[in-house]
Design a protein around this ligand. Structure first.
Ligand SMILES: [Zn+2]
Length: 242
């Protein structure tokens, strides 16, 4: 049976030092974009954070840098370029390298009707392993609509929801899933520390090129345009609990 969830477990009360939080993303920059503020607050109270990124983002890398076109882009990804960017961002949040996991599932598979259910099955197993091993108490995803409907974001959420349910039912693990949503902000809204978030995002310099000079950000036009797509999460992150 499901553990009942009382009001005291609502996220507004919940950034305890005893927590171990698993932040999930489909692509290397998802966690910082969707969960940056959540991570910042959890870190501030001393909670442990583990990150897991499902893919290396080989299908979703933006051509923001001229030198990243085609062959060079492939070379960059094949040599773990985007993973290194994610590691750098994690370091900026104070997350130790051993807590950053790159699962290296193929990017874009969730788009295919034939393979998506197997893909979600495999992701679910990976997440269960991590959630068990790290005794994770909270999980954050982009939500059932993947925030921007991206099928890979949705796949990660579905797999996480199944893994959480399995661990509650089978091992009675106290674990709660929080999902980001731009539409239903009834449970928790986190006004974003934009500076901290931008600092993490520009670690992904193949996606969000930019510089911080004397505490101010210099962002090229491409980066501003890309960030504009996610302006809701740049200013406020909203979570619902499942
Ligand atoms: Zn993504």
């Amino acid at each position: 049976m499901y553990q009942s969830i009382s009001d005291t477990e609502r996220p507004r009360d919940e950034f305890a030092a005893s927590d171990h939080i698993l932040a999930l993303g489909a692509h290397p920059d998802d966690i910082d974009m969707f969960h940056g503020e959540y991570i910042r607050r959890a870190r501030a109270v001393g909670a442990a954070i583990t990150q897991a990124v499902a893919t290396a983002g080989e299908e979703t890398t933006e051509d923001h840098r001229i030198w990243l076109w085609r062959i060079l882009k492939r070379h960059f990804i094949a040599h773990g370029g985007r993973e290194q960017e994610a590691n750098k961002a994690a370091k900026r949040w104070g997350i130790p390298p051993q807590n950053v996991h790159h699962l290296r599932f193929p990017d874009g598979f969730a788009n295919s009707d034939n393979s998506s259910s197997h893909y979600i099955d495999a992701l679910t197993l990976s997440f269960i392993g991590l959630m068990r091993a790290k005794r994770v108490s909270k999980v954050v995803t982009a939500g059932a609509h993947g925030y921007d409907q991206h099928p890979d974001h949705v796949a990660v959420h579905l797999a996480a929801a199944r893994a959480v349910k399995f661990l509650r039912l089978t091992y009675n693990q106290r674990i709660t899933l929080f999902s980001l949503t731009a539409h239903n902000a009834s449970s928790l809204q986190l006004p974003v520390n934009r500076h901290a978030k931008l600092w993490a995002l520009i670690a992904h310099c193949s996606q969000f090129a930019g510089y911080r000079v004397f505490g101010r950000f210099i962002l090229p036009k491409h980066t501003k345009q890309y960030l504009a797509r996610y302006s809701a999460v740049l200013h406020q992150e909203a979570y619902v609990m499942q």
